[in-house]
Design a protein around this ligand. Structure first.
Ligand code: BG6
Ligand code: MG
Length: 208
């Protein structure tokens, strides 16, 4: 029996790709690092720190740990400012139906996100009190593609990994869920060939 659903946040509940892109692009331009939407795709699902490492792979110089810390903080400041634009109208199609149906069936639901801005985003879109558990990159040492976020979410829901379905839009998230021993539903073009148990272009078309 399916007991629980763990939703990724960015790209599943709400689309934040473009805000991340705008914020990283500002940093990249300032540091003379080539960066475009395609490279932004490489940052999907992974932590802020790992995202910066990937971005700086094309930098003309090396950076100290302190400089990296500062750049990550600056990026987040710009990103948080942009997130002010989010409203409940930005919840992606199909999300509220999934939540309602899960509740009707008595399934427990959680958020499992790498983002340390999860609470702020949920607040902006009016879903702060919706989930039975919320686990973020701030709760674990190893973010996705490590399984830790999903394993902690299952624990907080009181469910075994084999009872959990994970809904993900990023390859790193599918890898993390599989490593956790959970079933996966891939949503969107970026995970079409990532080995998810089920796949749909949008959450509205996906089925449990
Ligand atoms: C993930 C996003 O959900 O969160 C990544 O897909 C992002 O692109 C990561 O890097 C960390 O986000 P934040 O909000 O902690 O900087
Ligand atoms: Mg995502």
């Amino acid at each position: 029996m399916n007991e629980a659903i763990i939703f990724d946040l960015d790209g599943v509940i709400v689309s934040t790709d473009h805000y991340h892109y705008r914020a990283w692009k500002e940093i990249a331009d300032r540091e003379h690092v080539p960066f475009d939407e395609e490279r932004n795709g490489l940052l999907r699902g992974v932590s802020r720190e790992k995202s910066l490492e990937i971005l700086l792979e094309l930098a003309p110089r090396t950076y100290s740990a302190e400089e990296k810390k500062q750049l990550a903080e600056e990026k987040n400041k710009i990103y948080r400012q942009l997130l002010q634009e989010l409203t409940p109208a930005d919840i992606l199609p199909g999300v509220l139906t999934w939540i309602d149906e899960a509740k009707e069936k008595g399934l427990r639901i959680a958020i499992g996100s790498s983002s340390k801005n999860t609470d702020f985003i949920l607040e902006r879109i009016g879903l702060s009190d919706t989930f039975d558990a919320v686990v973020t990159g701030a709760d674990v040492e190893h973010s996705k593609p490590a399984p830790d976020i999903f394993l902690l979410a299952a624990e907080r829901l009181g469910a075994g990994p084999e009872q959990c379905w994970v809904i993900e839009d990023a390859p790193a998230g599918i890898v993390a869920a599989k490593a956790a021993g959970m079933k996966t539903i891939g949503v969107g073009e970026f995970v079409q060939n990532s080995g998810a148990d089920r796949w749909a272009l949008t959450l509205g078309e996906a089925k449990l």
